[in-house]
Design a protein around this ligand. Structure first.
Ligand SMILES: [Fe+2]
Ligand SMILES: [Fe+2]
Length: 223
């Protein structure tokens, strides 16, 4: 889809009853938190991805749009439990969804729970419905390309400053870059969008980073 087609479809969807209010409420919540990586800038990119993927896959956008707006709300409600954010988000989302039916809330909550797919450390359960797959892919596409590379660095800063030791070091970063190869995409459109973002080569960066670090990592203090 061309950018103008995406914008027209997206803006039409955002003017649906309840959606505009949800968008603005969640935007304000993210901006009040002011996270480095899992911020409104990231959610906004995922919303755009979800329109391109969801429309081309024929998904129910009445579920996809609220789900993608809320997919990382767990970071806002429980900022010190990043690994639990799909679970926390799936529990907390309903209080933002007064304008949706109980059945719709269940479907949206399930999209949030499964939005990490098979990403290492988050194997809660894989997306099954088309809407769950679209929400997952819209989020995973943000991990590819130059945006994806910079986002990895930003995630390390975000988690590192919260005291997660793995995220504070260069070897930790080199290891994290290799995790990209285990990302599972579930829709043809998601696979296509990710394939367009071939650069940079995360494995190559990881190897070169590890090589540069060798001198410093092999040194042991004599005491
Ligand atoms: Fe997430
Ligand atoms: Fe996300």
């Amino acid at each position: 889809m061309k950018p103008n087609e995406i914008y027209a479809e997206l803006n039409h969807l955002l003017l649906e009853p309840g959606v505009q209010e949800l968008y603005q409420t969640v935007e304000a919540a993210f901006k009040a938190q002011d996270a480095i990586a899992h911020n409104w800038e990231h959610v906004r990119r995922d919303i755009v991805n979800s329109v391109e993927i969801g429309l081309q896959e024929g998904a129910d956008m009445g579920i996809v749009i609220p789900a993608i707006i809320l997919h990382d709300i767990g970071y806002v409600t429980h900022p010190h439990e990043p690994e639990q954010h799909p679970i926390n988000g799936s529990r907390e989302c309903c209080r933002f969804l007064d304008a949706w039916t109980p059945e719709q809330r269940t479907l949206i909550s399930s999209c949030i729970l499964k939005h990490k797919g098979k990403f290492p450390g988050f194997e809660h359960s894989e997306p099954e419905t088309l809407e769950e797959k679209v929400v997952c892919d819209a989020d995973q596409v943000d991990k590819f390309g130059w945006i994806g590379f910079i986002q990895v660095v930003k995630v390390f800063v975000e988690h590192g400053t919260k005291g997660h030791d793995l995220y504070k070091t260069f070897p930790g970063m080199a290891g994290a870059l290799t995790r990209r190869k285990s990302i599972m995409l579930y829709t043809e459109t998601g696979k296509h969008l990710a394939a367009k973002r071939r650069e940079p080569d995360f494995m190559d960066i990881s190897e070169k980073l590890t090589r540069e670090l060798y001198l410093y990592e092999e040194w042991k203090e004599p005491f």
